[in-house]
Design a protein around this ligand. Structure first.
Ligand code: LLP
Length: 427
């Protein structure tokens, strides 16, 4: 469910017409709904609660929002106020999570190439765990921790070698991917880590991919993860946390609905029944995707004599990369749908490459220059992946709550853009 609905013939975000935001803030602009963010988080939290994944000893599952999906501090704050933690992959993301008020003990640090500097920063911050992706990384964390006189809480990220489906660029759980270690290697590393001066192994982690719409591969992976916890404990090793990653998909358009948080939680409850451990999750997309839209304006309608009809927008691939990068489908809705038969358009941006195409052959209500449209489901991996390619200004972000809105990242200015650069002394 989301809070982007037509009211009196135009698209609103909660109680605010998108046309008002476009007029006052300009386009392109990302717009997020607080109510949707909150709802998605609480639905997930309640589903996991209902599946018996809490215990007196370990408390509630840790829901660490994947900051990479939407790293805007106001968005993070909205979730942190409900008790969300943060799954981070860089020092920058740790700093964002802290700025949003996420307590360090709810921050999980993932990623295959954490630098010594980032590891030191995470240890000084006191994050809940560093998810270790390889043996060389385990050694580096041990060294850094010893240098700082600390013991790093670590979880070993396991690559369960399952095929999660979805786009190859975002599938992570096969042995050929760069993420994590095998079960056999994890067992050896866990035992080594238990004897290392700078390490305190607290658990195991996995994350098999993103936009997963079939629970079967997750169930297979999670079943193996449970077995791993039991094997480690059987060897007398201490295991207190099981981090099952993120990856649950969302409906991007009118497809049969993918499994939702309730199905996901029920499956996990079944697989994990009776396992005494603290659970952690790293959802990103399922919380944020349908909580945001990218609003753009039509620059030109270019009807070519050869037959194609291009809708040239003021938004481009640098603002929303997913269609160019993953051939992703985003529903496109006119902000004030005009009457009349649908027209078939190719929707493109102004960037000078053919990849700057949001979609081809899309039937939409008739559009004219100046009209606004909204790319739906753009709240995850939208603004977070945007860039200044073609020296286009970074898009502003707006957070709506009821009938008010706030510009939570103003549009960049050309001064900002140019001020970052320096002349070389010989120029
Ligand atoms: N945990 C880890 C370790 C991850 O690598 C990711 C996402 C997540 C959690 C969150 O996954 P989610 O619940 O959002 O599926 N840019 C791509 C998606 C890349 C996902 C990368 N890792 C896209 O736009 O589709």
């Amino acid at each position: 469910m989301n809070h982007f609905e037509l009211q009196d013939g135009e698209l609103y975000c909660e109680g605010v017409p998108l046309s008002r935001i476009a007029r006052e803030v300009g386009t392109p602009v990302y717009v997020y709904s607080s109510a949707t963010l909150e709802r998605h988080f609480t639905v997930m939290r309640d589903a996991l609660r209902g599946a018996g994944l809490s215990s007196e000893k370990w408390g509630e599952p840790l829901i660490a929002f994947a900051v990479k999906a939407n790293s805007n501090v106001a968005v993070l704050k909205t979730l942190a106020r409900l008790g969300a933690g943060a799954d981070v992959v860089s020092e920058g993301e740790i700093r964002r999570a802290l700025a949003a008020g996420v307590p360090p003990e709810r921050i999980v640090f993932s990623g295959v190439g954490k630098t010594a500097g980032e590891i030191a920063f995470a240890l000084e911050t006191g994050v809940a765990e560093l998810n270790v992706e390889s043996e060389p990384e385990l050694k580096l964390i041990d060294e850094v921790a010893q240098r700082l006189g600390k013991r790093a809480k670590i979880a070993i990220r396991i690559n369960p070698d399952v095929e999660a489906g979805g786009h190859a660029k975002i599938s992570t759980g096969k042995a050929e991917n760069k993420f994590g270690v095998s079960f056999a290697e994890a067992e050896r590393l866990y035992a080594n880590a238990s004897n290392a001066v700078g390490l305190s192994p607290v658990g195991v982690a996995c994350h098999i991919g993103s936009q997963i719409t079939d629970l079967a591969p997750m169930e297979a992976a999670f079943t193996k993860m449970r077995g791993m916890v039991e094997r480690l404990r059987g060897q007398g090793l201490h295991v207190e946390r099981l981090d099952l990653g993120g990856g649950l998909g969302v409906p991007y358009f009118n497809q049969p609905d993918p499994p939702g948080p309730a199905d996901y939680a029920a499956m996990i409850g079944r697989v994990m029944a009776g396992l005494d451990i603290q659970f952690a999750f790293e959802p990103g997309r399922v919380i944020a995707a349908n909580a945001g839209v990218l609003v753009a304006a039509v620059q030109h309608v270019n009807a070519r004599p050869e037959g194609r009809r291009f809708l040239v927008l003021d938004a481009a691939m640098n603002d929303l990369l997913r269609p160019a990068m993953y051939d992703a489908y985003h529903d496109i809705r006119p902000v004030r749908p005009r009457d009349g038969a649908e027209v078939v358009y190719d929707v493109v941006g102004p960037v000078c490459e053919t990849g700057d195409t949001f979609t081809r052959d899309r039937a939409l209500a008739p559009m004219a220059a100046g009209d606004l449209l909204a790319f739906m489901s753009a709240g995850a991996y939208g603004a977070a992946m945007s860039s200044e390619y073609n020296s286009r200004l970074l898009v502003p972000e707006v957070l709506v709550r009821g009938d008010q809105y706030a510009v939570v990242r103003p549009r960049e200015t050309y001064q900002d853009m140019l001020a970052r650069e320096r002349p070389a002394p010989w120029l």
